[in-house]
Write a protein that binds this ligand. Structure first.
Ligand code: GYE
Length: 385
């Protein structure tokens, strides 16, 4: 990754007429105040002061909240273009909401939001549209992990810093920072939890079916890779692994076909997000296959959104591996650092938790690192996104 913020600031200063005009206006106002004998402080706050790296969402949120009026030295709003993946899941809704809550006018931002409807061409178009609009910053949650270098070079040439959130870009380093978590770790955790759970319950894993997320998404690649590593190490059989596109309909469709093709051959289903799990549950119920705490199938999911955790609490999903969707406060902090001419961390990791319905497995290890498992209670559900 290339922290090219310094260069960008110079270029931004040269090219952004809107800001230049606002600066001239602010200077005139300041001069007229001095002429009247008043102080030079204004309603708008210069927020280009020191910003520390957030240790938690709360810290980052507090930092954003503290800067509620005008975040540039000239008092103009900071324009942020966000090329969002789409609206395919509960997780996605929470991610969008996080940006809409943080990048408000009250916080000194103008948000230009594009829902790319899970279409990579639309996402590239959205980014090019932001360049034309001369936004100040671009946020991308990349639908797929490749095909980015050309458009990111265009952003760099235009002097617009890009901040990548959640999914990763694997074929370009032309962005200022990435905020997210490690998908492979999520897959590894799911695998090691399953091993500990099967041992504790005396379950012999007969066959595993995986419902993958969108093909080419780093979320899919990492979760698949992590779980596969564990399956290989314990000699488990993965019978099939098909794309459910991170949607409820996709999960249901794939599970319906699995129930027909692999009848009686599987006792573990891995859904790479909660919405797929909801669809798979419907398909299994319709096919007379029981799942969860008292069922024949151990059902594992990822994301841990509120609805997912409710099913975990009821013992219908055995375990859920969280992905934190609340990246926006961290992104705001990155923007503040760039505004201040500082170089942000290039990789910012958010904390995540693993959830289950009872104490059967309260901890396990991944690559020697101790992992704790949270039992879902009403309070846990309520606190979730
Ligand atoms: O798991 C899924 C969403 O990129 C982590 O995308 C995200 C994934 C998430 O549609 O629900």
């Amino acid at each position: 990754m290339s922290p090219f913020s310094g260069v960008i600031h110079l270029q931004k200063g040269c090219m952004n007429m809107k800001k230049l005009f606002a600066l001239v206006l602010a200077l005139c106002m300041a001069l007229s105040l001095v002429a009247c004998g008043g102080s030079s402080s204004s309603d708008t706050e210069d927020t280009t002061g020191d910003v520390s790296t957030a240790d938690s969402v709360e810290d980052a949120e507090a930092s954003v909240a503290a800067d509620t009026e005008g975040t540039t030295s000239d008092g103009s709003l900071i324009t942020v273009g966000f090329a969002q993946v789409g609206h395919e899941s509960d997780w996605r809704t929470a991610s969008t909401q996080s940006c809409q809550d943080v990048f408000t006018e009250a916080n000194g931002y103008e948000l230009v939001f594009v829902d790319c409807d899970n279409d990579s061409a639309t996402q590239l178009e959205a980014v090019r549209g932001f360049i034309q609009q001369e936004v100040d910053y671009i946020i991308i949650d990349p639908i797929v992990s490749t095909g980015w270098d050309t458009v990111l070079t265009e952003c760099e040439d235009a002097g617009i810093p890009v901040i990548v959130i959640d999914r990763t870009i694997d074929d370009s380093d032309k962005y200022a920072a990435w905020v997210g978590s490690n998908f492979t770790t999520e897959g590894l955790a799911a695998g090691e939890w399953l091993n500990a759970y099967a041992e504790a319950k005396g379950i012999e894993i007969s066959g595993i079916l995986v419902i993958e997320g969108t093909t080419g998404a780093s979320a899919t690649l990492g979760r698949t890779e992590g779980f596969q590593q564990i399956a290989d190490s314990y000699g488990w059989t993965i019978l099939d692994s098909q794309d459910g596109d991170f949607t409820q309909d996709g999960g249901q469709e794939v599970m319906e076909s699995y129930c027909k093709s692999y009848e009686g051959q599987f006792n573990v289903v891995i859904c790479q997000n909660d919405n797929e799990a909801f669809g798979a549950m419907t398909a299994m119920t319709n096919a007379g296959v029981s799942y969860g705490e008292d069922g024949d199938v151990t059902l594992i999911s990822f994301d841990a959104c509120t609805a997912g955790l409710e099913y975990v609490q009821q013992g219908l999903i055995n375990a859920d591996f969280e992905r934190n969707p609340l990246a926006a406060p961290f992104v705001a902090e990155v923007i503040e650092q760039l505004e201040a001419g500082e170089t942000p961390e290039t990789e910012i990791y958010m904390e995540e938790h693993w959830f289950t319905y009872d104490e059967t497995v309260s901890s396990f290890t991944v690559d020697g690192a101790e992992q704790t498992v949270t039992v879902v209670t009403d309070e846990v559900v309520e606190a979730q996104y």
